[in-house]
Design a protein around this ligand. Structure first.
Ligand code: SF4
Length: 322
């Protein structure tokens, strides 16, 4: 799964029906063109169908989750006839999860009793809906085994803010995984924190303030332990969506670093466009482009490393819609 070519695509898992594979219970698919035609330019998708992996065919009986009074986990039953597929699904999950360690994200099909990330229905044995707060069996096991992994449902990628947040998390998590693959060092950890500081500031100020002190004394505990605690807090911070006020705060901080090297007119234009973004007249990309232009003139060394300036490829156009 390792790919070190310069234009490497990031390995990301995906429910196979979203790639157009005809693996659904009705013999069809749920092709997501956004995934296969846009994200696939940057993500190397690994398609996976848990139900086919569990040995079922397509077409097959539709499934649902049914509450099991004697077990923690609901059972995976056919909607008609109550045939129980829990055991082959459990065996598939046990077999496949260890092979997914190299993934940097996962796009799941919503509502599925196998793939749904959240709000999946669970039925009582009498056939009524008893709750709507479950995850599909595979999705739940995936998130439990890899709690840092950015996971999102395909339908939620239609929301501009959720889409941007997911893609940004995949890129930062990939950066972290590459750091770990190269071998953890105190210097690597400090540099990672440094280059993501403005992203943290934009996503969660409270966690931003906690994360710095976690790295203040890297000899206080084993480095592995510090790194594990750090990245759990870091990924939780990145999962908080940055709203307009958060981006304005981060951009004003950036502008402050650039103040010395700019002419009055350049500074005024940046502030005008931050205000225009605040009013909703222009998208985030407008003031950010001015700040990037200013940075290319000033070459402020601390800002040069900030991933907030360009967290993912511009061609994705994600900041055009924020
Ligand atoms: S939702 Fe999951 S289990 Fe169902 S067809 Fe798609 S990939 Fe297969």
């Amino acid at each position: 799964m390792k790919d070190d070519t310069p234009n490497r695509r990031i390995p990301v898992g995906i429910s196979a029906c979203l790639t157009g594979q005809q693996v659904r219970h009705d013999g069809g698919h749920k092709h997501s063109r956004y995934c296969t035609e846009v994200l696939a330019r940057y993500f190397r998708f690994l398609p996976l169908c848990p139900e086919m992996g569990a040995g079922l065919a397509s077409p097959r009986a539709a499934m649902r989750l049914v509450e099991a009074s004697d077990e923690d986990q609901p059972r995976l039953l056919a909607c008609r006839g109550d045939q129980d597929f829990s055991a082959p699904m459990a065996a598939f999950i046990e077999r496949v999860l260890p092979t997914l360690e190299g993934l940097r994200g996962f796009v799941l099909m919503a509502k599925s009793p196998s793939c749904g990330m959240e709000r999946v229905r669970v039925y009582s044995e009498q056939g009524t809906v008893s709750r709507r707060d479950a995850s599909g069996l595979f999705a739940g096991a995936l998130m439990a085994r890899y709690p840092l992994l950015p996971v999102e449902e395909e339908g939620r990628l239609n929301d501009d803010a959720l889409r941007e947040n997911f893609v940004e998390r995949v890129f930062v998590y990939d950066d972290w995984c590459r750091l770990r693959e190269q071998g953890l060092s105190a210097r690597g950890l400090i540099e990672f924190h440094s280059r993501h500081k403005f992203q943290l500031l934009a996503h969660c100020q409270a966690r931003y303030r906690r994360l710095g002190p976690m790295l203040a004394d890297l000899k206080a505990r084993p480095l592995e332990d510090i790194a594990d605690d750090y990245i759990a807090e870091f990924m939780a911070a990145m999962a908080c969506r940055a709203d307009k006020g958060d981006h304005i705060n981060a951009m004003l901080h950036l502008a402050g670093f650039l103040r010395q090297g700019l002419e009055d007119a350049d500074r005024a234009l940046i502030h005008q466009q931050i205000e225009a973004y605040q009013r909703g007249d222009v998208p985030l990309v407008v003031p950010m482009t001015l700040l990037r232009g200013a940075q290319s003139k000033v070459a402020q060394p601390y800002l040069a490393q900030q991933r907030y300036m360009a967290p993912y490829p511009d061609a994705l156009g994600l900041r055009n819609r924020l």
